[in-house]
Design a protein around this ligand. Sequence first.
Ligand code: ZN
Length: 652
Amino acid sequence: MSNNDFNYFVDQFDDMRVLKYRLPGFESLTLQQKKFIYFLSQAALSGRDILWDQNFKFNIQIRKTLEAIIENFKGDKDSIEYKTFLVYARRVFFANGIHHHYSTDKLIPGFSGNYFESMIRSIDQKLLPLANSQDVNSLVSVLKTVIFDEKLFARKVELKADIDIIAGSAVNVYEGVNQKEVEDFYSGKIDSNDPRPISVGLNSKVIKMEGKLFEDVYRSGGLYGPAIDQIIYWLEKAIDIAGSGKQKEGIRLLISFYKTGDLNVWDQFNILWAQDSDGDVDYINGFIETYSDPLGMKATWEAIVDYIDAEATKRTKIITDNAQWFEDNSPVQQKYRKEKVKGVAAKVINIAMLGGDCYPAAPLGINLPNANWIRKEVGSKSVTLGNITNAYDITSQGNGFLEEFAADINEAERIRKFGALSDALHTDLHECVGHASGKLAEGTDPNALKNYASALEEARADLFALYYIIDKKVMELGLLPDEDAAKASYDTYLRNGLLTQLVRIKPGKDIEEAHMRNRSAICHWVYENGKSENVVEFFSQEGKSYVKINDYLKLRNLFGELLKEIQRIKSEGDFQAGKNLIENYGVKVNSQLHSEILERYKKLNLAPYTGFVNPTLVPVFDNNGEMTDLKVEYADDYLGQMLYYGKNYSFL
Ligand code: ZN
C-alpha cells in the first residue's frame, strides 16, 4: 500500500485530532521478532493506569465513570448535551486524565454538572466504580466538585515563579507536602560530589504521615504493584526470545528494577539498554520523563515498542559518525564540550505500539537515558519516530496552514519542497547530537535549574540543531541538498516560535509547556538581539502579522551565541540566569498578536494537537497453541480503542 492510499484520519474534536500510523515493512519481520514485539506491546499497554493515577488522583475513577456512562447510558444519545459529553470524554481519554496533556490546564466540560449527575444516576449502581464504602451520592458529589469547580485542581503542573509549585499542581506525585519540605527532604539525599548519582526521587510519591515525609515507591508489592506485576509478566515472556544476550540481560534488569524499585538497578538497566543497539526491535518501558513533576524529579510511566527503518537510518548514521566533529566545532566554550562524545546510537524507527505517556500523543524523537553521567560515560540512544513523523507530514499537506502564515510565496514554496526533509534533519540533530552534547562543570548539581531545567535542556538541543543545519558540513555530508533547504528550517522555526505556536495557548494564558517556552525563548531572544541589524522582522499586511528573516547567517551566529550561553548556564547550574532567560523571553504572550493568530487559525478548522490510535496486533496460533504469526489490524475507532483498553488493561 502506498502512503497515498492510506487513510490516516480517525477523529477530531476541540483542539485535538487523532490519526492512525502505518507499520511499513512489518510483514517482513521474522516470527521471533514479531513474538518479541507482541510480548513487549502487551507490557506497553499494561501500565496505562499508572500514568492515569500519576496525572491526578481522581483520574481513574473519573475515567471508569465515563466508561460506564458511554457503555450503559440509555438516555437520548442524539441530544446536544450527550454529544458535548462525548467530546469531553474523548478529550479526557486523549489527555490521560482531566488536565490538558500539553497546557496542563483542567479541561472544562461543555455540559452541566446536573446532566452529569443524571447520567450517573440512570445507571445500575453495580456498573459504577464505587470505592470501598462509597455510595452513589458520595461518588456524584465528589466527581461533580472535582470536574466542574473550575478553580479546584485548576492546573496539573504549575511552574509560575514565586508560588508554591507543589501546592499549585494537581499532579499526584506529592501528598500533603509543600515545596520547601520536599526540597529539604531531598537535599540531604543528593550527593553533588558523586560522579554517578542515582536519579533520586524518580520512582516514588512523597507523602507526609504523622509529620514525617516518606517515599511510597513504585514497585511490585508497593505503589502501583498490580499494574507493575502485569508488566513484569509480559517482560518475562519477552526474555526468552530477545534478540541478543545483552537484550535479555537488559530485560532481566528492568524486571529486577520493577520488583525492587532500586534506582541503582535502574541505572544498570539503562547502561545496558544504551549499549544495546544491534537489535532491530527495541523498546522503552519505565519511569522516564519528569515534565509532569513541577520539581522535575518524579517520572511518569511510558512505553513504546519499535523496529528499525533501515533506509532512513542511513541519514542518522552519517550524523552520529560525525558526532565528535559537531562537538569539537560547536560555539560552546571548550571546557563545556565533551572531549570524547560517547556513542550516540541514532536510528530512525517505526513505532509498533505506544503506551503510557507516549499514547495517544506521541513524541517525534526520543533520546535516552536521561541520567547525565550515563550519557557522558556510556552514551545514549537517539531515535526519530519515522512512521509517526510521516503521518504528520502527509496529513499536513494542503491544509492551508502554510499558505496562511508564510511570509511570502518563496517561503511557502521552499517549505513545500524541503520542509519534510529539513524537519526530519532538525529532529535528528536535536536528538542525536544536541541532547548528547556538552558537559557539566565539576561539582554542579544536576538539579540546579529546577523548574527551568526542561525548557533550557530543550533549548540547548534545538540550538545545536539550528546552529548546524545551515553549516557547509551538512551539505558536504549530503544531509541537505543546498542552503535553501536549511533556510526552510529557519523560516519554520521562527514563524512557529514567534507566531503560530500561539494557536496552542488559550486567550489570556502564559506559555507553560517546556518545549514551547524553549521555542519562544529562542525566537524572542534572537529577535531582540538582532533588532539593531534587522536580522528578523515582524511586518503586517492587510491586518495580518508575518515574520521574515532578513539575514540567515547573522541569525545563525545569534543561535550560536545563545547556545554558548545556555550551555554555560547548564554546565554551571546558574539558576538565576536560566530563570531570567526563560521568564524574560519564553513565557509572556503579546495578547493582541495572540488573538489575531487564533482568529486566523480558527478559519482553517484545524486541530493543533495530534494523537494516534494504536494498531491492533493480533497473534495467530496453531493447533498446539504456538504463535505462528502476528497480524496488524489498523483500528479506526478512537473511542472504541479507549474502551477496549479500559476493559483489558486496567489493573489499578
Ligand atoms: Zn528534546
